[in-house]
Design a protein around this ligand. Structure first.
Ligand SMILES: [Zn+2]
Length: 268
């Protein structure tokens, strides 16, 4: 798979020591973990934009569970790692970011099998197990922050790594709230970017991800324009490759940021 060879190069460039790069402003987010807490602000492309990043499940709810080399892969841990990577990439481009689901101990992790925990909170509040209560809690937090934020471009991003029937490959699916034109525009821009990346890095694979409306609770109950991404099937062997390799998780985050920048340039 060509994707496996190319991504380490990107990661290498992204991790060059500060001394090797031009001096830039830096920021710090302890949630990223010791190694990644400090980041460079490399551009202002997203200044004036504000994001509410929500990884699926967490706390008492691991989400879907896949088996990889005899070990369990928990959806919430992968969604969280990718959300943190996305948050960091957005911050590096001057955006304001709220990480709604948080784990004080797990930062960005480069391992393959990410250890599971129940320690995630919703902005510090314990996450209830009841599904509606759990979803309402994160929507309430997003809406509360949204009302205070003064940025003109505010977007919520929900990330899941869902399981469908075993063996069914899912690609990446993008959902927006029913009748949300701006949600659809963002989902389309993300889809467009992923499509192009797959053409470039995995031309023989083909990309079958789609954009569609979906009346999901979190899409219906958050005030900001929102998109919901399903990044793969945690029970599918091929999709698992996209998840267990940290370079691929990093690539997914970078692709998302490219799609977001494209959308931001199209207006509020
Ligand atoms: Zn899920």
């Amino acid at each position: 798979m060509r994707i496996l060879i190319l991504f380490p190069l990107f990661l290498f460039l992204a991790n060059m020591p500060l001394s090797a790069q031009k001096k830039n402003r830096t920021g710090k987010e302890p949630l990223f973990g010791k190694e990644y807490a400090t980041y460079q602000i490399v551009s202002n492309e997203l200044s004036g934009a504000c994001f509410y990043l929500v990884s699926g499940h967490g706390g008492p709810d691991p989400g879907a569970i896949g088996i990889y080399q005899g070990r369990q892969l928990h959806e919430d841990e992968y969604a969280y790692d990718i959300i943190l990577r996305l948050a960091r990439e957005l911050l590096m481009r001057g955006a304001k970011v709220h990480i709604i689901i948080q784990d004080k101990k797990d930062g960005i992790r480069d391992g393959n099998v990410l250890a599971s925990s129940k320690r995630e909170t919703c902005m510090g509040d314990p996450i209830p197990l009841n599904q509606v209560a759990r979803l309402k809690q994160r929507c309430d937090w997003v809406n509360k922050l949204y009302r205070k934020d003064k940025e003109s471009y505010k977007r919520a991003v929900f990330i899941h790594v869902d399981s469908r029937s075993k063996g069914q490959q899912t690609d990446v699916f993008f959902y927006n709230a029913p009748k949300s034109a701006k949600g659809k525009r963002l989902a389309d821009n993300l889809h467009y970017t992923f499509d192009k990346k797959y053409d470039k890095f995995q031309p023989n694979r083909g990309f079958h991800g789609t954009v569609s409306e979906r009346g999901l609770y979190v899409l219906r109950n958050t005030i900001p324009v929102a998109v919901f991404l399903e990044l793969g099937n945690i029970r599918n062997r091929r999709d698992q490759q996209r998840l267990v390799l940290s370079n691929n998780r990093q690539a997914l985050a970078k692709w998302m940021v490219e799609g977001i920048i494209r959308d931001y340039k199209q207006g509020k």
